[in-house]
Design a protein around this ligand. Structure first.
Ligand code: 2IP
Ligand code: CA
Length: 371
């Protein structure tokens, strides 16, 4: 099976785990529970949402590492898989060879909640086929010439964790953009070239896209860009949208920036989730995503970046764009990087995500006046 197909497949497994934690009553109670003071001294588990995040990440690592051995040592994610309790014991959350063994390990971390452990292990070991996945177009295997030995993977198991916990749906009036809620939750997987720093494959899986028969259904989009060859699976762009020049941004971004672009005639829409905002740009629901602050990390941008590259767009540094320079976010690995320090993986200079180069050029002219 090709790397692309395995990635699409495991992103759906990840989405299944995310969905079951919200749709199964037993798991949902664990997900939303606030820890009481007494419970803050548990045998294990900082909280269930962290476990869900870690389990998704480990499932991706396990499945991809098993199918593509060259990559095994180069798969990184946002979360640490070591769970510690207050008396210094620790458990490493890792997917085991079979469902029974995974359930048994999860049982320890869940302090003996066998039911929860079994429900999660079932999803982790469930077989998923690409035919079962809601892709914009049926998956056709493509022959991709890739230097597998040079690649690395960044995973954000659940982007927009806050929306994942709070739930709901908050649409806006602009195109089909959601301001917050479950639509803004995404599973992000990005493959990059460790030597050149360029993103190569991006998968953005949106586990809570629509509701059918009172169940959430997701959708998955992907893009591939390497050596001038681009493939992607993205629906057609909306034709002549009513609102033009749409920029998505974080509600936490600067008021000065927001005023500047509003005055320049752009329509600004605040939406949650770095991955979701990039997805809006890829789908043409927004024309760009601006972020003036260092609040995203490589795991937030790598997958969406590859997707946008495949579409002829990209993600560049915000502060460089302010100076009129196009400086693509790089995923290259500096041998000296302290891996435990997440600051190493921050996109400190902010980002500009775009799909259309002409739009970017126009945007940069407006951005230059903000310096
Ligand atoms: C977050 C998440 C937030 C986003 C932030 C990311 O990742 O995507 O929603 O902030 O930049 O790091 P905002 O919504 O203001 O854009 P996570 O949920 O994985 O911590
Ligand atoms: Ca994130």
């Amino acid at each position: 099976m090709s790397l692309l197909e395995s990635l699409i497949q495991v992103s759906e497994k990840a989405a299944n785990i995310a969905r079951v934690c919200r749709q199964n009553e037993h798991l949902f109670k664990l997900l939303i529970q606030e820890k009481s003071e007494e419970e803050k001294n548990p045998r294990f588990v900082e909280d269930f949402k962290t476990l869900a995040d870690v389990l998704i990440q480990e499932t991706i690592k396990h499945d991809i590492g098993n199918k593509h051995e060259e990559l095994r040592e180069h798969i990184k994610g946002e979360e640490s898989n070591v769970f510690k309790n207050t008396v210094g014991e620790s458990v490493v959350v890792q997917v085991q060879e079979d469902e029974y063994s995974t359930a048994s390990l999860l049982n320890t971390v869940l302090n003996g909640d066998t039911r929860a452990a079994e429900l999660l292990a079932r999803e982790v070991h469930r077989n998923v086929s690409v035919e079962d996945i809601n892709l914009p177009s049926p998956f056709v295997p493509v022959d991709l010439e890739l230097p597998l030995d040079d690649l690395g993977i960044w995973i954000d198991p659940i982007d927009s964790t806050a929306e994942y916990i709070s739930g709901g749906q908050v649409p806006t009036t602009v195109r089909d953009i959601h301001a917050s809620g479950l639509s803004c939750v995404t599973v992000l997987i990005g493959v990059y070239n460790r030597l050149t720093g360029e993103p190569v494959i991006g998968i953005v899986n949106q586990p809570f896209y629509s509701v059918h028969n009172a169940r959430w259904c997701g959708r998955c989009v992907w893009g591939f860009s390497y050596n001038g060859v681009n493939h992607y699976s993205i629906p057609e762009l909306p034709e002549n949208p009513e609102v033009q020049k749409v920029i998505v941004l974080s509600s936490a971004d600067s008021a000065v920036l927001k005023n500047h672009f509003t005055t320049a005639g752009y329509t600004l829409v605040e939406a949650a989730g770095a991955g979701y905002k990039c997805l809006c740009v890829a789908l043409g629901s927004a024309d760009a995503y601006l972020l003036s602050k260092g609040t995203t990390f490589r795991w937030d941008t790598c997958g969406p970046h590859a997707l946008l590259l495949a579409l002829g767009g990209g993600i560049v540094s915000y502060t460089q764009a302010q100076k009129g320079e196009l400086d693509s976010i790089s995923y290259a690995e500096d041998g000296n990087a302290v891996k435990e320090d997440i600051a190493e993986w921050c996109n400190w200079d902010g980002i500009v995500a775009y799909r259309n180069e002409e739009f970017l050029v126009e945007l940069i002219e407006v951005l230059r006046d903000t310096v």
